[in-house]
Design a protein around this ligand. Sequence first.
Ligand code: PEP
Length: 252
Amino acid sequence: MVRKPFIAGNWKMNMDLQSSIDLASGIAHGLGASEACEVAVCPPSVYLAAVVKAVAGNPVGVGAQNCYFERDGAFTGELSASMVSNIGCQYVILGHSERRSIFGESDADVNKKVFAALEAGLTPIVCVGELLEEREAGRTLDVIRTQFEGSLAGLSSDQMQHCVIAYEPVWAIGTGKVATPDQAEEVHASIRGLLTSSFDQATAESVRIQYGGSVKPDNASELLSQPNIDGALVGGASLKTDSFLAIVKAAN
Ligand code: PEP
C-alpha cells in the first residue's frame, strides 16, 4: 500500500495573529495544485479560526496542538475536540513531549484524548519518543512500546487507521540534533511491527508514521526516503514559509 506522505507544522506558542495569517497564506499559496503529500499547520489555539479562514480553498489542513478529553463542562481553560472540529480543523496533535514533560500528561490521558478526537471526527497525531538517557540506556524500543500501548489502548483497527503516529525523540526536538536516518528508521520499523502485532497487517501498512525532531530543508529528503518514514512533524522550520515549503517539496 502507498501511504501518502504527511507534513505538519507545529507552531507551538509562537507567532501573533497577523504573522499566523501571513504564514498560513504564504504556505497555501506556495503549494502546487497537485501536491503528492498532505500538508497541515498547527497554530496556537487562539489563531486556529483565523488560520482556517486564511487557508480556505487550499490543500492545507489545520490542527490544534492539544485538546481535552471531556465533551464540555466546567474545565476552565480547556478546549474540547468537538470545539476544535467545529471551527474547521481536521487534526489535533496529542501527547507531544512538551505536553508530557511540562504539563504531566500520561499515556492514559493521551489515550482518552485520542478517543475524544476520533469521536469528533479529527485525525489525532499521536506523539511518542524517548529521552536521551533512555536511548543511552538502550531502552528506546521499550519506551516506545509502552507509550504506544498506553496511548493507543482499546482502539479498533478502523480507529487506528484514522490516526497518525509521530515518532519524536525528545533529545532531537528543538535541539538541532536530528536522529540519523538509520536511527529513525529503526524506531519507525519497530512501530510498524507494533501496529501489526497489536492490530493487523492492513492497519500497519496504512498508518502514517511521521518523524519529528529538528527536521530542516537540508535533512528532510534523506529522512523521508526511509521506507517507514511517511512524513514529518516540524517545529522550528515550520515557522518560515520558505523552510516549511522546502520540506514539503522534499516529501513530494
Ligand atoms: C516538535 O516540536 O514537534 C518538533 C519536532 O520541533 P523541532 O522541529 O523544532 O525540533
